[in-house]
Design a protein around this ligand. Structure first.
Ligand SMILES: *Cc1c(COP(=O)(O)O)cnc(C)c1O
Length: 392
């Protein structure tokens, strides 16, 4: 950002981006345009809206907000995070190659390896923290680097600017799945990435009531191609969901601040707990990605994982069953706290030897720390740990 005085702060963007009073009624909030089609005064004579797969005013307002929050020019909304990814991959051609991280979200891994691998696209999975490993897979067919930081559930950090630097001046584009950080904590386009993707289902929506995805880029030619695919393939979100996310975005900065504060308090508390051997949270100076995280993120987020001292499946199952405030469920990023057991839930389809190599052992538990009162969340975890160990 060249001129700070003209750049609204993130909180101002969260409240105002994309939202203009309705020109016909003056309604302050964007109306939910529950319509599939729009009247034409004469053939081809319309107000910019013809059919809601192509354009819908509620969706347009949200897409403008996504672009503003990620400091990009173009925002595109999709029916889910994976639908957004699907369209990015459809810009590739047989023979093209993608390099991604070996600690990737399971659904992204499945989309790459069980869907797009059949269309002649080759995927390489490397530790993107190791730039030599990245360079070893890079060739003239590499079209995309697909990265995710922090990763799920081990909170590994990729140095976005360093990855961008490796492919600078080539035809390879860098996409960052920014779901775990949200635009309040990390803006990959500012670090040189070509595109940001979000599972809006998580922090952007923020209330566990919508499934949605988005893409943001400042690349005009790529946007044109993606917009055509968005309309051609049709995985668009409905106007009611767009309204819910517009509402959610208005408190994104406040929610993220609290997620971060609570995440920090819980990470520190758990790190002193005798029943826990290791806590994964990028805010710890001992975290292997801490220095990079401190540089490229504004704060460290509300995702925390920990390993039980006995690293035992039965103890882990008892802990996740004994919490009251932390609800046992998939997903993350909502106002309410969630607890999960990666080895049997999100990472169940990954072979034991493979998952254990990255640290996903039977005793690993993942928390999506919500915005409740930190002391209540800490007591809930303490009680669950105590009960799980007594019965053990
Ligand atoms: C949930 C998630 C996705 C997939 O998004 P959906 O909205 O569930 O389709 C992709 N990446 C990450 C990091 C996620 O957490």
């Amino acid at each position: 950002m060249s001129d700070k005085s003209q750049t609204p702060g993130p909180g101002t963007l969260a409240v105002h981006a994309g939202v203009e009073p309705d020109p016909t009624t003056g309604a302050i909030m964007t109306p939910v345009y529950l319509t599939s089609t729009y009247v034409q005064d004469g053939v081809g004579n319309h107000k910019g809206f013809e059919y809601s797969r192509t354009h819908n005013p509620t969706r347009t307002a949200l897409e403008v907000a996504f672009a503003a929050l990620e400091h990009g020019t173009h925002g595109l909304a999709f029916a889910s995070g994976l639908a957004a990814m699907d369209v990015v991959l459809k810009t590739l051609r047989p023979g093209d190659e993608v390099i991604s991280t070996n600690d990737l979200y399971g659904g992204s891994y499945r989309l790459f390896t069980t869907v797009f691998a059949h269309y002649g696209i080759t995927f390489h999975f490397v530790d993107l923290g190791d730039l030599d490993a990245l360079k070893s897979k890079l060739n003239e067919h590499t079209r995309l680097i697909w990265t995710e930081t922090p990763t799920n559930p081990m909170m590994q950090i990729t140095d976005i600017a360093a990855v961008v630097d490796v492919v600078k001046g080539t035809a390879t584009r860098v996409v960052v799945d920014n779901t775990f950080a949200s635009p309040m904590l990390q803006n990959p386009l500012d670090l040189g990435a070509d595109m940001v993707m979000h599972s809006v289902t998580k922090y952007l929506g923020g209330h566990s009531d919508v499934v949605m995805g988005c893409l943001v880029t400042s690349d005009d030619a790529w946007e044109d191609e993606l917009r055509t695919l968005q309309n051609s393939c049709g995985a668009v979100p409905g106007p009611m969901d767009c309204f819910l996310v517009l509402r959610g975005l208005k408190t994104l900065h406040l929610r993220m601040q609290r997620h971060c504060e609570n995440g920090k308090a819980i990470a520190h508390h758990l790190s002193t707990h005798p029943a826990i051997s290791k806590v994964y949270w990028p805010g710890f100076t001992t975290h292997p990605g801490h220095e990079i995280a401190a540089r490229q993120m504004h704060d460290f987020g509300g995702m925390v994982a920990f390993t039980l001292a006995d690293d035992n499946l039965q103890t882990a199952k008892r802990v996740v069953a004994k919490t009251n405030l932390f609800t046992l469920a998939e997903s993350l990023g909502g106002v309410e706290s969630l607890i999960g057991h990666p080895a049997t839930m999100t990472h169940a389809s990954i072979p034991r030897e493979v998952r254990e190599k990255t640290g996903v052992t039977d005793g690993l538990i993942r928390l999506s720390v919500g915005i409740e009162d930190a002391q209540d969340l800490i007591s809930d975890l303490d009680n669950a740990l105590e009960q799980a160990l007594i019965r053990g």
